[in-house]
Design a protein around this ligand. Sequence first.
Ligand SMILES: [Zn+2]
Length: 351
Amino acid sequence: MKKILFLIGISLILSPLAMHTKVWKQKAREKTETKKIPIVYHQKYDVSFFGIEKLHPFDSCKYSKIHKALTRLGIHPGQFYKPQEVTRSDLESVHTARYLDSLNDSTTVARIAEIYPLKFIPNWLLQRYLLRPMRLATGGTIRATELALDNGWAINLSGGYHHAETDHGGGFCFYGDIQLAAKKILDNHPDWKVLIIDLDAHQGNGHEEGCKDDDRIKTFDMYRKNYPHGRNQKHITYPVVFESEWHLGPRVPSDTEYLNKLKEKLPEIIKNEQPNFIIYNAGTDIYKEDPLGRMDISEDAIIERDDYVFEQAKQHDIPITMVLSGGYTSASARIIAHSIECLLRKRNIIH
Ligand SMILES: [Zn+2]
């Protein structure tokens, strides 16, 4: 009898303790799940409707693939930041109203997307399934710049539409998210300098044209001579051009040449310009199998490139926002996810 009373007594003491431990564990788990990381993503970033997107080599679902890969590493979906769609008035600060209105015409949209059958699709469908994802992604780049100011770094899992000019879109780029983000930073910090580092395989004619009259914005653009064929090239502050004898000639440059050039130029540019903010256009179409980039860079070198740019920003205490830009192989999502994984491991966000 004494034994039974003893056991009842023990269980009465232990059960609130066990309950308390359970609640504490639950709260700790919720805290980890909701602890935000400065990565911006929206489930509607992907462009997908009726299979028509397959007419372009761009893997328009790469964004959700990267997101999925990151969640597999243990990042809870609630830890990502969700962007707002960019407003018309924000867009008008970097584009003409005439250009924005021209996107209500399916033929114009088809030309910019380089998917010519799109001209037969009603414009409201294009707005919903093509242009809205681009507006969300543009809002994502703005959100990522705000987050970088608080965290030192941030990534938008889309964006980098560097061919969109003030009065002209092209190369699958409708909205100039990079120049818009730069402009917003400078509206809030008029004495600052912004450095755009564009390491996509193609030249960033959009932000180069859009920022040409603002002396506070400098551009460092390393690209292979290719599309957009030198358009606005004269506005690049620091150009590095890799040339092949002809457009579809041998892939250039090699990993070593590419990384050496980056490591030679970037510290010098940061020293010269002393920027207060970096927008990093991290196109992965420099990959050696990319059909459009025509460069010869390995996955390891891309990861090293991203790490190097982030380390330079950290060393000089400059906030950095990364956007994804081009990348046209089925491997693009995997490469980007690996690169972000390395950045997160280095910052002890994942272990
Ligand atoms: Zn590109």
